[in-house]
Design a protein around this ligand. Structure first.
Ligand SMILES: *[C@@H]1O[C@H](CO)[C@@H](O)[C@H](O)[C@H]1NC(C)=O
Ligand SMILES: *[C@@H]1O[C@H](CO)[C@@H](O)[C@H](O)[C@H]1NC(C)=O
Ligand SMILES: *[C@@H]1O[C@H](CO)[C@@H](O)[C@H](O)[C@H]1NC(C)=O
Ligand SMILES: *[C@@H]1O[C@H](CO)[C@@H](O)[C@H](O)[C@H]1NC(C)=O
Ligand SMILES: *[C@@H]1O[C@H](CO)[C@@H](O)[C@H](O)[C@H]1NC(C)=O
Ligand SMILES: *[C@@H]1O[C@H](CO)[C@@H](O)[C@H](O)[C@H]1NC(C)=O
Ligand SMILES: *[C@@H]1O[C@H](CO)[C@@H](O)[C@H](O)[C@H]1NC(C)=O
Ligand SMILES: *[C@@H]1O[C@H](CO)[C@@H](O)[C@H](O)[C@H]1NC(C)=O
Length: 582
């Protein structure tokens, strides 16, 4: 409390002078006055500190591999250290063996490589066999250690493609989260890869289950849902297509383009995994608690589960109409905004009792890992990359431009235009740290598609709208979900959103900023720093939630889909996933 009092008084004029009078009565009334003002300020979103923050920040994050490693506890370095397979001759056989033995009962998986043998990636037949095996076994790793899944535990589902380097960091962040040991972590893969499997099976901090999307391009390289040799090329004209009699000639999308397998896969996968988790898996199909959706290139704060539980508890009284909880925010402007000098000032001056700066021990890292951004360029899951018609991209440019000129302190968090400031405001030390602000608004795909959670009640209503989801001409699952919400649900998706993000998108460089000088390390490093500041200034683990009046809600216009989903085969496949398989 005393700390709070001190912080409250600092920005007020006259405080110093009055204090010197040492008059108890005055002191007390001033304190009360201050409290009142404090309260008032909260309601008005006064952001004094905010503007100061904006001016102070002007330094560069150190995003070297060593620096990033130094922010990660030594015990977690194993998740960042690749066990390189020697693709010519296995000198790494020893390592492989040792990582293989920690598989913990998952049987003689692919990792049982014998020393001095060449590492051979599994062929297609073998991959299909393994996928069937995994999906039938539904083996929950570490269950003996952490006990069976409880109804009130959170299930975390991570959609994984190929970007293992991001996944490593996600795992490191999950490992540090409070209460992670109670949750079940499900990895849903659309690409079978021994390195990814080894990494996931190495996890020892909670229960883990792997599921494999069975209709992947990887396992269907020359047939639907992959690319059939007789499929129409994307840009062919319909008349030509009809003449050439290619497979899907009758079904180009809204914009006259033909199907591209790699763009449809993500939506299929999303739908499959949600059905799989809620309706099929033995361990989860009766679960009544929350299911949280993450992706391989996300990164969580250590209090994300704590906050999620708090939001869940308070839903009834803060936002009875909310049926989806959102922990994330896109940091579109993040790369253009720097904090760091300011953090140090704030945390070192404001806190006497903190353990904070001690954390900066330097661990000598293994450098081989983090992170060649190479995978991200050809990744297939650019869900946000609306290449079909680029409206979103232009929006992004606006955001960026705004953030560069953002110094003035306009204080309504008009999150759309002033992303950087909103973000800055909520993560940096401020007077309001003990209360975490939340707001509620209709679920918007482009804003709330990251780190959201809902329970079976919500899912059941979504699933009833499968037809809307599966036949809407948009290859983005999140736009499709919004379509479902607006066109089909009786109770639309209404989100409670935490204003200080707990889930970050570390992979956004790879997708959005191909031409910018933007490496994955940079974002990871920045997120690490932001979290360190938040931690050191006691902004994590807030004591309570406070509902704020949402910033202006624009009626999101109904709009045409983004296309890419015209092919009837896709509609069928998607609908088929809604049918029970077991
Ligand atoms: C970044 O950190 C590494 C190791 O901690 C150090 O060697 C390097 O000099 C730092 N670079 C900058 C630009 O501060
Ligand atoms: C792979 O093995 C060969 C032969 O033993 C060795 O020369 C090479 O350095 C090894 N490569 C790696 C990455 O371990
Ligand atoms: C794996 O390593 C253990 C000791 O760590 C050893 O006993 C065993 O023989 C090794 N297995 C293979 C297949 O190399
Ligand atoms: C694929 O690998 C399996 C076992 O690794 C092997 O038995 C099979 O012959 C291989 N198939 C082809 C087509 O190479
Ligand atoms: C979870 O809730 C369901 C439905 O209420 C119930 O049938 C099941 O026994 C509960 N499971 C546990 C582990 O509490
Ligand atoms: C799911 O959450 C809603 C609030 O969004 C709540 O009303 C409902 O009771 C929950 N359902 C279950 C099965 O717990
Ligand atoms: C990406 O991979 C390609 C092909 O392996 C390689 O030539 C290129 O140098 C890599 N780029 C980076 C940044 O690692
Ligand atoms: C969907 O299921 C139906 C009936 O089981 C089947 O005939 C059809 O081929 C399936 N479609 C796809 C794309 O899998």
């Amino acid at each position: 409390m005393s700390k709070m009092r001190g912080r409250v008084l600092i920005p007020l004029p006259n405080t110093g002078a009055m204090g010197r009078k040492r008059n108890n009565f005055y002191m007390r009334s001033i304190f009360i006055l201050a409290l009142c003002i404090f309260g008032l300020l909260q309601y008005h979103n006064f952001n004094y500190l905010d503007s100061r923050d904006a001016m102070l920040s002007e330094s560069i994050t150190n995003d070297s591999v060593d620096a990033i490693m130094s922010m990660v506890p030594a015990t977690l370095h194993k998740y960042l250290t690749p066990h390189t397979r020697n693709h010519s001759i296995s000198a790494a056989g020893l390592q492989l063996n040792s990582s293989g033995s920690s598989l913990g009962g998952s049987g003689s998986g692919a990792a049982t490589t014998i020393s001095f043998e060449v590492y051979r990636p599994p062929n297609n037949t073998e991959i299909k066999r393994q996928i069937v095996r995994y999906n039938e076994m539904q083996l929950v790793l570490n269950e003996e250690t952490f006990g069976p899944l409880q109804n009130d535990s959170v299930i975390i589902v991570v959609q994984v493609h190929t970007r293992i380097n991001y996944l490593r960091h996600l795992i490191v962040s999950l490992a540090q989260a409070r209460d992670i040991s109670k949750s079940l972590l499900i990895f849903s893969h659309d690409f079978y890869d021994d390195d990814i499997n080894d990494l996931v099976q190495q996890i020892d901090f909670c229960k883990v289950l792997q599921i494999f999307y069975p209709y992947s391009i990887q396992t269907h390289p020359h047939e639907f849902p992959g690319v059939d040799p007789n499929d129409c090329p994307r840009n062919i004209k319909k008349e030509q297509a009809l003449i050439s009699n290619c497979n899907n000639a009758l079904y180009p999308d809204l914009y006259g383009h033909y199907r591209e397998a790699k763009f449809t896969q993500t939506k299929h996968h999303w739908w499959w995994k949600a059905n799989r988790v809620f309706n099929e898996l033995e361990v989860t199909r009766f679960h009544t608690g929350l299911v949280l959706f993450l992706e391989e290139d996300h990164y969580v704060a250590e209090d994300f589960l704590y906050l999620l539980a708090m939001m869940q508890q308070r839903t009834k009284d803060l936002c009875p109409q909310c049926n989806i909880l959102s922990l994330g925010t896109y940091l579109k402007t993040f790369n253009y905004y720097t904090y760091h000098s300011k953090q140090l000032t704030a945390s070192s001056s404001a806190l006497s009792s903190s353990t904070s700066l001690k954390n900066a021990k330097v661990y000598v890292g293994d450098t081989s890992d983090v992170d060649n951004n190479n995978n991200s360029n050809n990744n297939n899951k650019n869900k946000n990359n609306k290449i079909m018609n680029n409206k979103k991209t232009s929006h992004m440019n606006t955001v960026t431009a705004t953030s560069n000129t953002n110094n003035n302190n306009n204080n309504n968090d008009n999150s759309n235009k002033n992303g950087a400031q909103t973000w800055n405001y909520h993560v940096l030390p401020s007077l309001y740290s003990v209360y975490q602000k939340v707001e509620s608004m209709p679920w918007i795909s482009s804003k709330h598609n990251m780190g959201f959670a809902f329970n079976r009640t919500t899912w059941t209503s979504i699933r009833r709208c499968a037809r809307h989801f599966c036949s809407y001409d948009d290859y983005n699952w999140d736009w499709s979900l919004q379509h479902v919400s607006q066109q089909c649900l009786q109770r639309k998706l209404h989100a409670m959103i935490v204003k200080g993000p707990r889930v970050f998108h570390i992979g956004e460089c790879g997708v959005h900023h191909k031409n910018k000088n933007c490496e994955s390390n940079q974002v990871i490093s920045k997120v690490q720093h932001v979290l360190r500041i938040a931690r050191n200034s006691h902004q994590l683990f807030p004591r309570s939630l406070m509902m704020t009046v949402p910033s202006l809600i624009k009626k999101s216009k109904l709009r045409k889909g983004n296309g890419g989903w015209g092919d009837l085969r896709d509609h069928d496949l998607c609908l088929n996933m809604t049918m029970p398989t077991r």
